[in-house]
Design a protein around this ligand. Structure first.
Ligand code: OSB
Ligand code: MG
Length: 374
């Protein structure tokens, strides 16, 4: 049972080791909204919002999420008793449209709080069975095929089990061919276009079928399902949807329309862990493999992703790279690490998310904060 009495928000600014470029923009300073929920008995629950600074991935932004939590989402949980954290998402969603990233930050922190309260690991509370998560890397758009090849080669050598290449028109077929030629046929490769194409590009995209890619992620519009079905019918490479899958209904739409064969589940995009698990279950019933995506999360969001990815149908490597891939110093201890076989271990012997918060470091990184409560 949980009953939140206080919500603390803070924005931290974490510099990325190197800028991350996707088709819709670049980020070098990650502005992260951290949520701390405080229960009536003093237990805390941690979460983070995946919203970016600009609405270049989804309509939400860090500023908007802050306001949505303060004005609409926060008041739905404050002072209210929930028997189980699975009851939080329905309470946040009743009559509140969209705002998935704002909902997710509070929803995920509620699960973390509940896990801590019952001295269970978050992975155990979610019912995940894996002890370690197969890990892939997402490589941003590089200036030349040669630079991409260098990054991809280093990633394969580090043990990553999947290499995802960000693409856009002008940095696609030649770039992917260079990597495939350099790394050979056995390295698992995929691409992510973040909406950079339209159905006018069908013939161009068909060239990617030559490279034996695991999948092409979200080639068309961020909210499109129907056109992806047309594209999937014209391509051998499986389409994986990311941006378009905003909830369980969209997953069903993808499956029934044949708009894709794989889903990238990000709990932060779909409103939290409860809807993420619902999507997982739908896909499992339909034989659709899923994997856990990433949004350049700090160690807090990463903890949630790792716990979620321990569920059975997360059968493909996730974008859950270790802390050192992103940050000089993460905000959790121990930091997230990956072994040389490309696995991240699911923490089980600690209650809650399985890592400690480096509060001093968070305080140093904080640029603004706000507490509200009963
Ligand atoms: O499309 O998966 C994406 C990062 C920011 C916005 C969108 C995406 C990404 C990534 C990063 O691919 C994956 C990671 O966190 O390592
Ligand atoms: Mg993506």
């Amino acid at each position: 049972m949980i009953r939140v009495e206080k919500i603390h928000l803070c924005e931290i600014q974490l510099p990325l080791k190197e800028p991350f470029r996707i088709s819709s923009g670049e980020v070098s300073m990650r502005r992260v909204l951290i949520v701390k929920l405080i229960d009536g008995d003093g237990t805390v629950g941690w979460g983070e919002s995946v919203a970016g600074e600009q609405p270049y991935y989804s309509p939400e932004t860090i500023e908007g999420v802050w306001i949505a939590i303060r004005n609409f989402i926060g008041p739905r949980v404050l002072g209210r008793t929930f028997e189980h954290p699975r009851d939080v998402f329905p309470a946040l969603s009743e009559d509140i449209r969209g705002n998935n990233m704002a909902k997710a930050a509070i929803e995920m922190a509620s699960w973390e709080l509940a896990a801590s309260k019952q001295s269970a690991s978050l992975a155990d509370l979610l019912g995940g069975s894996r002890s370690r998560i197969a890990t892939g890397i997402s490589i941003g758009i590089q200036q030349s095929p040669a630079m991409l090849v260098e990054k991809a080669r280093a990633s394969a050598a580090a043990g990553y089990q999947k290499i995802k290449i960000k693409i856009k028109p002008g940095a696609d077929v030649d770039y992917v061919r260079s990597v495939r030629d350099a790394l050979g046929p056995d390295v698992p490769l995929m691409v992510d276009a973040n909406n950079a194409y339209s159905l006018d590009d069908i013939e161009h995209l068909q060239q990617l079928d030559d490279f034996d890619l695991m999948m092409i992620e979200q080639p068309l519009q961020w909210d499109d399902i129907v056109r992806h079905a047309t594209l999937q019918a014209a391509m051998r490479t499986p389409i994986c949807l990311d941006e378009s899958i905003t909830g369980p209904d969209r997953a069903e739409d993808m499956i029934s329309l044949g708009a894709g064969r794989i889903i990238n589940i990000k709990p932060g995009r779909v409103g939290g862990l409860t809807p993420a698990m619902a999507i997982h279950d739908i896909c499992e019933r339909h034989g659709i493999p899923v994997w856990c995506g990433g949004m350049l999360e700090s160690g807090i969001g990463r903890a949630h992703n790792v716990a979620l990815a321990s569920l059975s149908n997360f059968s493909l490597p996730g974008d859950v790279s270790p802390s050192s891939r992103y940050w000089e110093r993460d905000i959790v201890a121990p930091e997230w690490t990956m072994d040389s076989d490309g696995f991240v271990t699911v923490p089980r012997n600690k209650s809650g998310m399985g890592v400690d918060i480096d509060r001093d470091w968070i305080d140093e990184l904080t640029v603004r904060s706000e507490t509200f409560g009963l």
